[in-house]
Design a protein around this ligand. Structure first.
Ligand code: SF4
Ligand code: FE
Length: 482
């Protein structure tokens, strides 16, 4: 079953026995929680869309064994694959207006695939063979995998092995003939409750003394010793109130969590890096490069939804023809398409790695993400500007549905002729959701910090700027001799 239907996906997640906590209580699974269910729906959309003939070319690919697979489990074989990835992410963003979570594992697959090949090349290890077999399993079962990189990090001025608490970074605590035991945690884990497996990678460059911290592996999300503590999102408990309007996006959402690994056993064939500290940097740079490309797709799709919502707000407010409104909408589209252009550009300029898969152009991927740290905020500001204060002052759905109060709300919050007040409020709530509510986690703050905070991209941009070359160009033009 290389391609699961959405229903089969739900069934497969139901079978897992994850250790999930939220508000101090253990919850059975994401499906049983009104707060998490929309995030499960978003991942389900990546399965549903792959079943639709009109999206087949974008949503599916050919796997390592020649079978048809979901593109979210694909190892890129060309620049065209990299471009299709961005198009797929834009599509999923458009259909959900939320974070659909499956890209983190996807980006980890491609980073680990090429890095393991190069480690084996140098040390004669068997990580690539392990990982290839693992990918055959992931592709064959159409798994969703949580790519786990970020550690708690403790004191940022100290390296992993120098931390007062050795668990501040996930590390090996025991080496056994059949595998290793690890302890630590991964933070900000997107989509973990909706994933079959977790693929762990180191989070930063390592020195030789950090050997136990240079570890990459994959285990099922319901492995013994894993505890998932769900993170709060702004306005999350609105989903418990039984109102679909007030949530802004009643169908889809995202989720993040702290994932604790308390003495988790990893068998040898699931280990993809184990002590080769100098390769931690390659893995981190490649993973974050792919993930910086990802944002040139997903944020653009969500941006499409927000721009559409802002345009509808203008229609419902009766001002679609005002020149400043039209200009603001143009600006929003311009910013959004600039992000897309960066996502496509770093893909088109991608190149083959030694392992044979394709890597994005790292400079352009970092430029893409640097723009992503800014433009969604500008787009969100313009959306709120166009929509007006009702985004933050609209009464609840309960009041709207109340016989007496509802009449007042209808009377005073009506907009352009022919527009239902309820529809006007729905659009305001969607804008609220994307710019202040649960979806702002993915659309705004994650745009800033996800796949590395702004400074991380500036370091990469600086490293690849070839400044000496540029100086030589200037000297040549005006005949400066060294
Ligand atoms: Fe994918 Fe975007 Fe969510 Fe990251 S924020 S997992 S790239 S949808
Ligand atoms: Fe992310």
């Amino acid at each position: 079953m290389a391609l699961m239907t959405g229903e089969q996906y739900l069934e497969s997640i139901r079978k897992l026995n994850m250790n999930i906590y939220m508000f101090g209580e253990k919850i059975k699974n994401a499906e049983s929680s009104p707060i998490l269910r929309p995030s499960l729906n978003s991942v389900k959309a990546t399965y549903d869309l792959a079943q639709m003939p009109e999206y087949e070319d974008i949503m599916t690919a050919t796997g390592l064994n020649g079978e048809k697979i979901n593109r979210f489990t694909h190892i890129h074989r060309s620049q065209e694959d990299l471009i299709k990835k961005v198009k797929m992410q834009r599509l999923c963003g458009k259909k959900t207006g939320a974070c659909f979570q499956r890209c983190v594992g996807f980006d980890a697959f491609n980073a680990v695939y090429s890095t393991t090949f190069e480690i084996d090349d140098k040390y004669g290890t068997h990580y690539h063979e392990n990982f290839r077999k693992y990918m055959e399993l992931v592709q064959g079962r159409d798994y969703t995998v949580d790519g786990a990189m970020t550690d708690g990090k403790g004191d940022r001025s100290l390296s992993p092995s120098k931390q007062p608490d050795p668990d501040s970074y996930l590390h090996v605590v025991e080496r056994r003939p059949d595998g290793v035991v690890v302890r630590g945690a991964k933070v900000h884990q997107t989509g973990i409750t909706n994933s079959h497996e977790v693929l762990v990678m180191p989070t930063c460059a390592m020195k030789p003394e950090d050997k136990d911290y240079a570890i990459s592996f994959a285990v099922p999300t319901d492995s013994k010793g894993i505890t998932i503590i769900v993170g709060r999102q702004s306005c999350d408990t609105r989903k418990l109130e039984g109102s679909s309007i007030d949530t802004g996006n009643p169908k889809f959402g995202g989720m993040e969590a702290l994932v604790v690994f308390d003495n988790v056993f990893v068998p040898n064939d699931r280990i993809f890096l184990n002590g080769e500290t100098e390769f931690a940097t390659m893995l981190v740079e490649r993973f974050s490069g792919y993930h910086r490309q990802s944002y040139g797709g997903c944020k653009v799709g969500v941006g499409d939804v927000l721009i559409g919502a802002a345009a509808l707000a203008a229609d419902y407010n009766g001002v679609p023809k005002a020149s400043h409104i039209k200009d603001k909408l143009i600006e929003m589209v311009h910013l959004n398409e600039t992000l897309y252009a960066c996502g496509i550009a770093c893909s088109a300029e991608g190149s083959k790695t030694k392992s044979g898969n394709y890597l994005i152009d790292l400079m352009l991927a970092n430029v893409c993400k640097q723009n992503v740290t800014r433009f969604p905020y500008d787009i969100a500001r313009l959306a709120q500007d166009i929509a007006g204060g009702l985004v933050v002052t609209a009464p609840s759905e309960k009041d709207l549905k109340d016989e007496k109060l509802g009449a007042y709300i209808e009377k005073y919050f009506c907009g352009a002729a022919g527009v239902k007040t309820e529809d006007r409020i729905k659009i305001m709530r969607l804008i609220e959701n994307l710019t202040l509510g649960t979806a702002a986690v993915g659309y705004l703050t994650e745009s800033l910090h996800g796949a590395g905070s702004p400074q991380a991209q500036r370091i990469m941009i600086s490293r690849q700027s070839h400044m000496d070359e540029k100086k030589k160009l200037a000297k040549a033009i005006v005949d400066i001799k060294d």
